[in-house]
Design a binder for this molecule. Structure first.
Ligand SMILES: [Zn+2]
Length: 191
C-alpha cells in the first residue's frame, strides 16, 4: 500500500468519529464484560494490515495516541486503541510531552517531612528524569529543573540535594557545584 493510499484510508476512518466519538465509544466498550482468556477480542471495524503494522510500530516505540496521529498525518483514536488492545501493547508510562518541564516537576515531586520531596515520576537508572515537550523531547535530570525553578539560573556542574536526605528532589534543597564550594570554604579555612 502506498503512503497516499494509507492516508486516504486513514482519512476515511477518521470520518467515522473524532476524539469525542472515540471517547464515547470507549466508555461503552469499558462497560462491556471483558472477554475470557483465549477468546478473540471483538474488532468492529478492523483496520488494514498495513495501517495496523504502522500504528503498532509507533506504539511499541512509545508514541502516545496524539503522536501516532501526528506521525501518520491522520488516524482515529478508536483505531489506534483497537490496534493496541489487539496486539497487547502496554501503555507506556512517561511524562506527557505536552507538559512543560516545570509542570512535570510539580506533578511528580511529592513533598514530605521538613520541606523534602520524593520523586514519583520516571527514572533513568538512579536519576529522576523529566522529558521536555514535543515528539522525542530531550530528557533532563529533575534536579536540574528543580534548581532552575528555585534559583532562576543554570546550575554549574552536578545538582545534588544539600539536605542530606537520600533521593530528595525539593527545589529549595538543591545545590550546584559553586554553592557546595562556597559552603565548604569556611570549614576548609578552619581545618
Ligand atoms: Zn531535602
Amino acid at each position: 500500500m502506498t503512503i497516499a493510499a494509507l492516508r486516504r484510508l486513514l482519512d476515511e476512518i477518521d470520518t467515522q468519529g473524532g476524539p469525542d466519538a472515540a471517547r464515547q465509544w470507549h466508555l461503552r466498550l469499558d462497560d462491556q464484560p471483558r472477554p475470557a482468556a483465549g477468546q478473540a477480542t471483538p474488532t468492529p471495524t478492523p483496520p488494514s494490515t498495513d495501517l495496523r503494522a504502522a500504528i503498532a510500530e509507533l506504539l511499541r516505540g512509545g508514541a502516545t495516541y496524539p503522536e501516532v496521529r501526528e506521525q501518520l498525518g491522520v488516524g482515529s483514536y478508536t483505531t489506534i486503541a483497537q490496534v493496541r488492545h489487539a496486539e497487547g501493547i502496554p501503555v507506556v508510562r512517561r511524562p506527557r510531552p505536552t507538559r512543560s518541564v516545570e509542570e512535570t516537576y510539580a506533578l511528580y515531586a511529592e513533598p514530605y517531612g521538613d520541606g523534602h520531596a520524593r520523586w514519583t515520576g520516571p527514572w533513568a537508572g538512579r536519576m529522576p528524569q523529566i522529558q521536555h515537550p514535543g515528539w522525542r523531547g530531550r530528557k533532563e535530570s529533575a534536579l536540574r529543573v528543580a534548581f532552575r525553578l528555585e534559583y532562576g539560573r543554570e546550575p554549574v556542574g552536578n545538582v545534588r540535594a544539600g539536605c542530606g536526605e537520600p533521593g530528595c528532589v525539593a527545589a529549595a534543597h538543591t545545590t550546584d557545584r559553586d554553592m557546595r564550594k562556597a559552603l565548604a570554604r569556611p570549614r576548609t579555612r578552619a581545618a
